[in-house]
Design a protein around this ligand. Structure first.
Ligand SMILES: C[S@@+](CC[C@H](N)C(=O)[O-])C[C@H]1O[C@@H](n2cnc3c(N)ncnc32)[C@H](O)[C@@H]1O
Length: 218
């Protein structure tokens, strides 16, 4: 699916109420799984209009809301100004063809964007490198489907088998990978289950048993 498609869709993206329901389900699942902290820096990748970032903004420090579509980023700017939400910072970014930002994040989340990226192993490695030690990754996306979710356009992945996706992120160095189905999205008269996959970059400076800085008494 091309950037032009998302640029064109951006202005009316939030008009579809099923998208807000989906983002709320992802936000609830992330809050239940990841111990978000007000001091944390976060990045939402493939943010679209950043609905998920705005839902989580009160629980985090700075959120970089990144997307490859200038039209989507323009909408995020508009919502930041309209809502006076200073800790969501829009950024035009495509990690598949641009160098990663210099900063590191306590949490990276990504909703319904991964199935638009062809080389997910490469992106997984970039996400892992962008996480601080002990940082969390949260990926929300479609369970594997028959291609009917995008009837008119080609996408590189028709959803994912969560176990296979977990193996991709494990190969990138993340640990504690776990997933569960968190929502069903209705499209074209059908229901598509969506999962949340989470994992962490290991913190090699902390004890696996007690969490204290090494060397610890254990
Ligand atoms: C289906 S939309 C999901 C948007 C939003 N996360 C949501 O849940 O409503 C996919 C988004 O991923 C973005 N995207 C696709 N490929 C990308 C890439 N390589 N880098 C960054 N963003 C990308 C698109 O511009 C689009 O905004």
């Amino acid at each position: 699916m091309s950037q032009a498609h998302f640029d064109q869709a951006a202005a009316t993206w939030d008009a579809d109420p099923t998208r807000m329901g989906m983002s709320k389900a992802f936000a609830t699942a992330i809050v239940a799984t990841v111990p978000l902290q007000a001091a944390w820096s976060a990045m939402e990748y493939g943010c679209g209009t950043a609905t998920l970032s705005f839902l989580l903004a009160g629980k985090l420090g700075k959120i970089t809301a990144a997307d490859a579509s200038p039209g989507m980023i323009e909408q995020v700017h508009r919502k930041v100004v309209a809502g006076g939400i200073a800790n969501v910072q829009p950024r035009l970014l495509d990690l598949t063809d641009a160098p990663p930002p210099g900063e590191r994040f306590d949490v990276i989340f990504c909703a319904m964007a991964l199935h638009h990226v062809a080389d997910i192993a490469s992106l997984a490695a970039k996400f892992a490198a962008l996480l601080l030690p002990g940082g969390w990754l949260a990926i929300a996306d479609l369970h594997a489907e028959d291609g009917s979710f995008h009837p008119d356009v080609a996408v590189p992945h028709h959803g994912f088998e969560p176990e296979e996706l977990a193996a991709v992120f494990a190969a990138a160095g993340l640990t504690g990978l776990a997933w569960r189905t968190v929502h069903e999205l209705e499209r074209h008269g059908r229901r598509y289950p969506l999962f949340l996959l989470t994992g962490r970059r290991p913190d090699v400076s902390r004890c696996d048993l007690c969490g204290d800085l090494l060397p610890c008494p254990l």
